[in-house]
Design a protein around this ligand. Sequence first.
Ligand SMILES: *[C@@H]1O[C@H](CO)[C@@H](O)[C@H](O)[C@H]1NC(C)=O
Ligand SMILES: *[C@@H]1O[C@H](CO)[C@@H](O)[C@H](O)[C@H]1NC(C)=O
Ligand SMILES: *[C@@H]1O[C@H](CO)[C@@H](O)[C@H](O)[C@H]1NC(C)=O
Ligand SMILES: *[C@@H]1O[C@H](CO)[C@@H](O)[C@H](O)[C@H]1NC(C)=O
Ligand SMILES: *[C@@H]1O[C@H](CO)[C@@H](O)[C@H](O)[C@H]1NC(C)=O
Ligand SMILES: *[C@@H]1O[C@H](CO)[C@@H](O)[C@H](O)[C@H]1NC(C)=O
Length: 611
Amino acid sequence: MYSSIRSAVSAIGGILISVCLAQEPCDRSCLEDVLSEYFTALTSNDPSRLPTTPDVKYVENDQIIPLGSGLWPIAGSQGKYRHLFADPQSGNVAAITTITENGVQAIYVVRLKVEEDRSISEIETQITRDASGAALYEEMGEPEAVWYEPVPPENRISRERLIEQTNKYYSGMEQNDPHGNYSFFDKDCNRLEDAIQTTNVNSSDPYGHSNDTSFASLGCEAQFQTGFLGFVTRIRARRFPIVDEQRQVVLAVTTLDHNGTVRRLPSVNGTSSPTPPYFDVPRSLLAAEAFRLRGDKLFRIEMALTEVPYGMRSAFPAHGGLGVDLEGALDAVLDALRAHEPARLLLAQRARYSENGQFVALGDGLWETLVELDEGARFVDPLRNTVGFWGYTKEQSTPGVLALGVRVDGEGRIAEIEALGVRAESNGERYGTVTLMRPPLPVEWEGEELGALDGVFLEGKGVEEEELLGLVEAYFDGLEAHSSAGVLFTPDCVRRDNGAQREESCAAQMDGEGEAPNGLFNRTTAVRDRRVLVADSEKSVVLAVALVDAPAIARGEEELPPTERVPSTYMIPQLIKIEGGKIARVESMIKWMPFGYTSTWGEEQEDNGRE
Ligand SMILES: *[C@@H]1O[C@H](CO)[C@@H](O)[C@H](O)[C@H]1NC(C)=O
Ligand SMILES: *[C@@H]1O[C@H](CO)[C@@H](O)[C@H](O)[C@H]1NC(C)=O
Ligand SMILES: *[C@@H]1O[C@H](CO)[C@@H](O)[C@H](O)[C@H]1NC(C)=O
Ligand SMILES: *[C@@H]1O[C@H](CO)[C@@H](O)[C@H](O)[C@H]1NC(C)=O
Ligand SMILES: *[C@@H]1O[C@H](CO)[C@@H](O)[C@H](O)[C@H]1NC(C)=O
Ligand SMILES: *[C@@H]1O[C@H](CO)[C@@H](O)[C@H](O)[C@H]1NC(C)=O
């Protein structure tokens, strides 16, 4: 019965798909037609004329509101300045134009996401209520011709490169460093901000909110070299919804945060001046910006800005990719940890922090005790939007190894930090951990130097994530079954447990051969709560954690060694390195846990009913 319903559904799906395929893809002129219909509907204040998907998302200045509200009842006429952008590959079309609201002119940016059947699924708009800027656009009449010139294929750079180069603009402006490398600007680059040219102009008009009259006389690169834009403290929610390869144009949308702490601005000639009062208080600006590249350099920039509440989250969170700076997010976490200042972090709604599987307050636990944190190694997973760290710590006087998994949301906010800290345990007489609380592990780590992480973990050959995950799952299965039968190891694979390396190969250890059969895994049972924090397909390394039960039950007549006489669970954060489709290296740290331990993450996964 069930399967027959499914096949009926998929048959219907098949029909739908073939109908869609029959239609021509919506090319540039088709997209521009949809946009033109949009303006007809908007200026006749009639959203019912728009072909939309049932769940169309309508957004004005980052607020998600019902289609038909906001500007819709009060829109007058569209101005004649119409700068159009189209990306047939992603089905996006946009315009920078002007509109009247109850007769008042404003700069208007709109982006439509057009589905295969020509219906509109996203309407993203930005209204910059700057009547004089809109009037300037109307005087200008049309965009500079270079925006519409097709670039011969041999002079184009790829979609990915276009985004990468554009993103450098934002990374350079954020906390604008006067000593940064800004060679990504074309020497003839110019920028418009709300219709005013703000580069290479000699006018007595001061720049932006400041009273600086010489900034605008500089070119794009020279402006960044002053460091003047350092009052922009963070640029987040970076998206690049339109990439027009034919014209080498990108339309980006970002949010610029100004946290209000930067009190002086360097000036053009090496002096400095107080930051304008506008930036006394925390503010965010929503920025829609178009870039025309020449070669791989930024040649024209056209920006429209409007203010939103400080910290405003994007209505269109990105899903990873270049827009989200994963390594930057990790740096932020590490810097905050070192400074004991979790308040520095840009947090997602309901962000959470766990330490060894238990949720604690951000700022508690390790955040208080950490006194040293080395550079460590980092691993990036753009598919999961996670980034990992593996390094050495000192908490007060106690050394440790710290594995961190950081999950970042679509606009670079920290959503989850999972810290796994394996601290050195000592068997010193009154120290207590090992002598009073539990027996020593078969391989105890007492804080001796573990050396640098083997370089093989840091260089890789790029392996598909799926392949990485399959190999790791098989590894855990093998550990549980005490059999390497289904596990792919390189012949010279090395595993270190708590820094100790055995002579036997990885496979032989798993199979329980040799002098000290299978080390601490010889009598273990389940390998539970297996979680991959980061699968770095570039370095071909997986950062995973698993819980392994050691119930301390002897087999037959054997006498259990002193290290295995009480029921235990081992929590094992580990790095697993893949080479040529096989596991080549395992670096694992083992933390003793009460038997049966489940981490809060694991409980969530298994939904075992514990609140
Ligand atoms: C600046 O960056 C460009 C492009 O990455 C590079 O070719 C150049 O060497 C850099 N200049 C300096 C001074 O580092
Ligand atoms: C601006 O003025 C300076 C000095 O007076 C001059 O060197 C420069 O060429 C002028 N730039 C423009 C764009 O007119
Ligand atoms: C700009 O304004 C600041 C006050 O905000 C003042 O201290 C400074 O002298 C002014 N600079 C110029 C060049 O007028
Ligand atoms: C330095 O720059 C400031 C504004 O940025 C300007 O008022 C002043 O005249 C400049 N001084 C010189 C010597 O160019
Ligand atoms: C505010 O911005 C400054 C300058 O960029 C930065 O150093 C500081 O960490 C920021 N503060 C917070 C809480 O992010
Ligand atoms: C555990 O070690 C014993 C020898 O002490 C060996 O005979 C046995 O095969 C090992 N079992 C496993 C599951 O590795």
